[in-house]
Ligand binder design. Structure first.
Ligand code: HEM
Length: 500
């Protein structure tokens, strides 16, 4: 009997695999589009699930194999999925035809309260919320907020000096704690104590640490949105009480304060005081409830912490391996402190050319987000190859692969910050560099993230020098769906005497 059941189930699975694989292959064949036939059902997700290989790496192999195609179809259960390859098609999806590709590609559950933020919102709600949040990240807002960012970075230095065991071993964890604490301060404000003693730190760390459970949920969402919705998966249920409670308490407390602190909590108070947010074009209304604002506070953590930590980590790793650039950055930082009476400010950081070059190149070589997705919401045609794209098709843009394409970057595996020297910047093809994505859905926190990363580097490198340690077997990537994180490599912080 058991053998019969086993045979029956195996036959059903085999039939399903055959039908689904054939469906995907025929779907793209009919449209004259190349198809990645190695894994016809699960495409680039198969080796993520079976061999724990990051999806962005699998996508990179597909990109290389089909480099001369305009786009390539990929199996993803029954969801037509296309990886765009030709740069004109990439540009078309991310920027030119925004009307057809404005959807992030994942429909989260209505009850997943913290997922109701601009990272996951779509359609007119996304547009209205994005318009409301964008002014938070202007240069003038960031300038007023800089005191928070600067305090966070000086607290990091003090934290390392006070906890010498952190100087060697697990630098990514230290940097990730720093980013959680620093982003926590940008959202909830700073007190006189160290950001590392913040009551929010523990929960912030938990909410941003990718776990097997969260990676699997994201992978299911990427593979099939219908399955994700059918299973009723919620991404952030565990953190609702804490985040909504924290935002509610802080809004009430701030309502009684007179002075402005320039953090996100201030924005929440102003939004609630201003009442319903209305889109003049569509008439859509959004009530700035505690829940909706908590969800926006939450995007700082889930979208901001890990990539910013990775940007810091990647830059330090490369500086530790390239003493000539480390020296230039050290000199630039020391000079800036000298000119500014041993203090750092927004303009001084923005004026550091070599720092900007090394961060830009580190983000090219190690983009923290390996690929991005869009869902087609209106039938359209990709210009190169005349590829017909139906509503519902998922589009993948392989950021990591594009950043490592030698057609755009000669010697792509080498760290060459000169590519981003002011005189060379205009030689970089716009669509070949997208660590923060592109188009209207580009990372809303780009400026904040760069400022936070650079402020962290400036204070760290003022007080420490770095040495990169590569473990046996060489650097590898943590098996996560979209995030790019190195392991088997580490950075040691070595105290340095601060020049007067
Ligand atoms: C170095 C650090 C960071 C990197 C590399 C990064 C990268 C990205 C990328 C690739 C996207 C997708 C863009 C697209 O689909 O075109 C994105 C979206 C987003 N990021 Fe970032 N990010 C960083 C830091 C931050 C920070 C600090 C915040 C919050 C303050 C943030 C908030 C967001 C949000 C809300 C979105 C969704 C935007 C939308 O859909 O309208 N990110 N980010």
């Amino acid at each position: 009997m058991i053998a019969f059941i086993f045979l029956f189930v195996a036959t059903i699975i085999l039939c399903f695999v055959y039908i689904c694989g054939k469906y995907n292959e025929d779907y793209w064949k009919k449209r004259n589009v190349a198809f990645y036939s190695k894994h016809k059902v699960f495409g680039v997700f198969w080796e993520f699930a079976s061999k724990k290989k990051p999806v962005f790496q699998n996508l990179g192999e597909v990109y290389k194999e089909y480099r001369n195609e305009p786009a390539v179809g990929i199996g993803s259960l029954f969801t037509p999925t296309l990886c765009v390859i030709d740069p004109t098609n990439v540009q078309y999806v991310l920027t030119t035809d925004f009307a057809s590709f404005n959807h992030r590609g994942l429909d989260t559950s209505k009850n997943d309260l913290l997922a109701d933020n601009i990272l996951f919102m779509n359609g007119n709600r996304w547009k209205l919320m994005r318009q409301t949040m964008t002014p938070l990240f202007t240069s003038s807002k960031l300038k007023s907020m800089y005191y928070i960012i600067d305090k966070s970075a000086t607290d990091l230095v003090e934290h390392l000096k006070a906890n010498k065991e952190l100087l060697k071993g697990n630098a990514f964890d230290t940097l990730s704690s720093f980013c959680s604490a620093a982003i926590g301060s940008a959202v909830f404000g700073v007190s006189t104590g160290s950001i590392f003693d913040s009551p929010f730190l523990d929960m912030a760390r938990k909410s941003t640490k990718p776990t097997l459970k969260s990676s699997l949920k994201i992978a299911v969402g990427n593979l099939s949105n219908k399955l994700f919705t059918f299973l009723g998966l919620k991404l952030f249920k565990d953190f609702e009480d804490f985040f909504i409670g924290a935002v509610r308490n802080i809004i009430r407390a701030r309502g009684l304060e007179k002075t402005k602190r320039h953090d996100f909590a201030d924005i929440c108070v102003s939004l609630q005081n201003a009442g319903t947010i209305v889109d003049k074009d569509t008439g859509l209304e959004l009530k700035p409830t505690d829940e909706l604002l908590a969800a926006q506070a939450f995007f700082f953590f889930i979208a901001g912490v890990e990539p910013t930590a990775q940007a810091l980590y990647a830059t330090l790793i490369e500086l530790g391996r390239h003493p000539e650039h480390l020296e230039k950055v050290h000199n630039e930082i020391d000079e800036a402190f000298k000119i500014h009476n041993n203090k750092m400010d927004y303009d001084a950081i923005m004026g550091m050319k070599h720092l900007d070059m090394v961060v830009s190149e580190a983000l090219r070589l190690h983009p923290p987000v390996g690929f991005i997705t869009r869902k087609c919401v209106k039938d359209t045609i990709l210009p190169v190859g005349n590829v017909k794209v139906e509503k519902g098709t998922r589009i993948m843009t392989p950021i990591f692969a594009v950043h490592h394409d030698e057609k755009f970057y000669p010697e792509p595996l080498k760290f060459i910050p000169e590519r981003f020297a002011p005189e060379n910047r205009n030689k970089i093809i716009d669509i070949s560099y997208m660590p923060f994505g592109k188009g209207n859905r580009v990372c809303v926190g780009t400026r904040y993230a760069l400022l936070q990363t650079k402020a962290g580097l400036v204070h760290l490198l003022r007080n420490f020098t770095v040495r990169t340690i590569i473990d046996e077997g060489g650097p590898k990537y943590v098996p996560q769906p979209a995030q790019v994180r190195l392991y088997n490599i580490d950075v040691e912080f070595i105290p340095r005497s601060v020049p007067k």
